[in-house]
Design a protein around this ligand. Structure first.
Ligand SMILES: [Mg+2]
Length: 361
């Protein structure tokens, strides 16, 4: 089976995020890999606001690596993808290059599982769970009253765990008061603080008992400072969505910077690299809680990957979408759980009518 086509689709589906103050396009880059056997593999590159740039990376960097190549079997994907990484390492080991590489990797795994006629989790030796608990990942809201309102709304819809993207202690305490004790509450800061300020913030939040503080420190690759915040702040720390491949994850974990590692399948290098990170996290006794605030094929890939793990949440952005590529099958149920797709490959095929309707040309 040979790769005969590489096409990046730019999709923009409007969302309603309630009282969230942060508004930014969450565009999706869907990668379509066609083959001479008639099978199609679907991939996904992180892009949000840089979808055109990432599409150009697919066209200029990924297509020449893939077109005309034989589709590797599952066991050969890691070697195939390592060669792609070697060929492209001059263009950056993180960022748009790795996002585009991630898309190809996911599409190759989708094809490999389809060729075997099994859902991806089966190919990966998983299938331990057929439903994955989701945590509601709220956008940044700001005003404590509104944070409390949205957190309570998420809880009311069945979510058993909630993550805030807030950077003030009143917002954190408002959410805790709204959802009560006992509900896992996470606080994602997106890298704003220096070390001493982050330590103060962590200590000030301790009574609200966050499950972890995520990315409190700027810059994200300063693992020594992150480790210090973890020790002196007295809270568990999560990070990893901005880490490059298993090698940087290993450095981060060996520095004892994190209690929770957060690989993002559409950023880190795809399924191949995610699996390596998961194995390394297990070896080093670090918990795994993936980054997945997106709705394209990468979300399905994350469900397939988490199906192979005994425990752990999946991140689901808390917002209403005008449409869903997967015919609304990745919404959480009344218990806050999401079903692991059982179809071949990633498990669902995209709704081509939705892709056409929301295509950005
Ligand atoms: Mg985050």
């Amino acid at each position: 089976m040979q790769i005969t086509g590489i096409r990046a689709h730019h999709i923009r589906i409007p969302v309603d995020a309630g009282r969230a103050a942060t508004r930014f396009p969450q565009d999706i880059l869907v990668l379509e890999v066609s083959t001479d056997a008639g099978l199609t593999g679907w991939g996904d590159a992180f892009s949000y606001v840089c979808t055109r740039t990432t599409a150009a990376a697919i066209e200029e960097m990924i297509a020449p690596q893939a077109l005309g190549q034989t589709v590797p079997e599952a066991s050969a994907i890691p070697a195939f993808m390592e060669q792609v990484q070697r060929n492209l390492h001059l263009f950056g080991r993180y960022g748009v290059t790795m996002f585009a590489i991630s898309a190809l990797d996911i599409a190759l795994w989708d094809l490999a599982a389809k060729a075997e006629g099994v859902p991806l989790h089966r190919l990966l030796g998983g299938g331990k769970r057929d439903r994955i608990p989701a945590y509601a990942s709220l956008l940044r809201i700001g005003k404590p009253d509104d944070v409390a309102y949205e957190a309570a709304r998420a809880q009311g819809l069945g979510f058993g765990a909630i993550k805030l993207h807030e950077i003030t202690t009143p917002a954190v305490f408002a959410a805790r008061k709204a959802v009560g004790t006992g509900v896992p509450l996470m606080v994602d800061m997106n890298c704003p603080l220096d070390g001493p300020t982050a330590i103060d913030f962590a200590q000030a939040c301790r009574e609200a008992q966050p499950m972890f503080l995520e990315e409190p420190v700027w810059p994200p690759e300063d693992f020594a400072t992150l480790a210090e915040v973890r020790t002196k702040g007295g809270l568990d720390i999560a990070a990893g969505e901005n880490a490059c491949t298993v090698h940087q994850f290993r450095q981060m974990m060996l520095a004892k910077a994190v209690s929770h590692a957060q690989p993002s399948v559409i950023k880190v290098g795809g399924i191949t690299e995610f699996l390596k990170v998961a194995a390394e996290a297990d070896r080093l006794g670090v918990k795994l809680i993936p980054h997945s605030p997106y709705f394209g094929p990468g979300f399905l890939a994350t469900l397939q990957l988490m199906s192979g793990r005994d425990e752990g949440y999946i991140e689901l952005f808390f917002m209403q979408r005008a449409a869903c590529l997967w015919r609304n099958r990745i919404d959480a149920d009344a218990n806050g759980d999401i079903e692991v797709p059982q179809g071949h490959g990633l498990g669902y095929e995209p709704d081509l009518a939705v892709m056409e309707q929301y295509r950005v040309s």
